[in-house]
Each structure stands twice: as structure tokens, then as C-alpha cells.
Ligand binder design. Structure first.
Ligand code: DC
Length: 223
């Protein structure tokens, strides 16, 4: 088994609000790995669509995606679209609403997956999203599938939004998460599903630190 320090790939998938971004970021810090937030890339493509007013012109958007540059800085904290920092824009309600429809387009996925695989070739990585364990890194050294009940995931998102003074209700957040689950799991190309060899982690009722420790233990035990 590989040692951390060799080229190691850790992939995490799970639905919105399962805690995978926060967990992956913390594990990356603990183990000194590059953190790849794949959802941020689909969000950046959605910003590209809005900026160019091509949300409803998918062939044009595909052309733009083929020539755009999407890069991360600060170990995944900042995302640049053609050199512009779009870290704030990718989290707006407008992007939340549109992103699942943009992310289901196969030609867009192909471009983004190639880009993610290239980042993965460059060094040890922990990558999270919806198809990292199944399509992007099917041969990852470690695979995890994080999940939690819809109610728990909605509660977490609602708390985050309240902290940002976003005016919404728990019911509205739950409805949005359920709608996104439905789109992410039922789409034709690369739907969200657990890889057969992924370790399942139900994060309902668990703290972030408990999940981080569990994942770090699994990796350490299997090294
Ligand atoms: O993880 P997130 O909420 O930032 O993801 C935003 C959207 O992007 C989500 O609706 C699903 C999509 N996505 C995807 O299709 N494949 C990925 N690997 C990551 C995200």
C-alpha cells in the first residue's frame, strides 16, 4: 500500500450538505495534500454562462468552456476564471439554482473531468464532488462516500446561510437540497452514486472533527 508522501489520490463523493467540502479541506490540511473542490469548477462554468448570457445556449457555452481557464489558488480557497477571482460569485443563489443544469451537459463534464485528472497527475490530492470516486479517479487509492439525512443537511446549510445573513427559511433550503439531490442522482451522465469500493460514512449526528478523524484513521490504517 502507498505511503502518504508517494503520489496518493483520495476521492470523496456525496450529496450537497454531506460535509464533504469541509471534511476534505481539513484532511488536506492534516495530511499536506492538494484540495480539489470539483463542484467549484462546475460553479465557475455557471458564472461563465451568466457573464456571457449563454445559460440557454449550450453549444455556445461548450465553446467557451473549451477555451476558458479555471485555476485554483491558496490550496482551493480561491477559484479564478480567466484570471478573475470568482470565489464569491460561485456561491450566489443564482448560481445555486442553475449549476445542476449546467453540470449535466456531457461535453461540459468531459472538459472539466480532463482538467481534474490533469490536476490529479501533478501530485497527491484529495478531491471531492459527485463523480470523483466513479469517473474522475476510479483507481483512487482511497474512496469515501459521505451522506447524511436530508433534514440534517438542510439544517447545516441553513446555519451557514444564516451566518452569512442570507434571508431564507429551513423549509426553502430543504426544498432546494432535495431538488438538487434529484437532479444530481437522476441525470443521464455521471449521476451521483456510491462507488462499489467506497467506504460509506453517515455523518448524521457526527461532528466535522469526528468524520475527519475517521477518514485519517482509515488512510493511516491501510497505509
Ligand atoms: O458540491 P457543490 O454543491 O458545490 O456542487 C455544485 C453542483 O455541481 C451540484 O449540483 C452538482 C454538480 N457537481 C457535479 O455534477 N459533479 C461534481 N463532481 C461536483 C459537482
Amino acid at each position: 500500500m502507498k505511503q502518504i508522501g508517494d503520489h496518493v489520490t483520495i476521492a470523496i463523493d456525496g450529496p450537497a450538505g454531506s460535509g464533504k467540502s469541509t471534511v476534505a479541506r481539513r484532511v488536506a490540511e492534516k495530511l499536506g495534500l492538494l484540495y480539489l473542490d470539483s463542484g467549484a469548477m462546475y460553479r465557475a462554468v455557471t458564472v461563465l454562462a451568466i457573464q456571457n448570457e449563454v445559460e440557454n445556449d449550450i453549444p455556445k457555452l461548450i465553446g467557451l468552456v473549451k477555451t476558458c481557464r479555471i485555476n485554483f489558488e491558496d490550496n482551493g480557497k480561491k477559484i479564478l476564471l480567466n484570471s478573475d477571482d470568482v470565489s464569491i460569485q460561485i456561491r450566489t443563489p443564482e448560481v445555486n439554482k442553475l449549476v445542476a443544469d449546467i453540470a449535466k451537459v456531457p461535453e461540459i463534464r468531459n472538459e472539466i473531468v480532463k482538467h481534474q485528472q490533469k490536476i490529479g497527475e501533478e501530485g497527491s490530492i484529495i478531491a471531492e464532488g459527485r463523480d470523483l470516486t466513479t469517473i474522475v479517479f476510479p483507481d483512487a487509492d482511497f474512496k469515501f462516500y459521505l451522506d447524511a439525512s436530508v433534514k440534517e443537511r438542510a439544517k447545516r446549510r441553513f446555519a451557514e446561510l444564516q451566518a452569512q445573513n442570507v434571508d431564507t427559511t429551513l423549509e426553502a433550503v430543504e426544498t432546494e437540497i432535495s431538488a438538487r439531490d434529484e437532479k444530481d442522482t437522476s441525470r443521464e451522465h455521471s449521476p451521483l452514486r456510491a462507488a462499489e469500493d467506497a467506504i460509506h460514512v453517515d455523518t448524521t449526528g457526527k461532528t466535522i472533527e469526528e468524520v475527519v478523524d475517521f477518514i485519517v484513521d482509515q488512510i493511516s490504517n491501510q497505509k
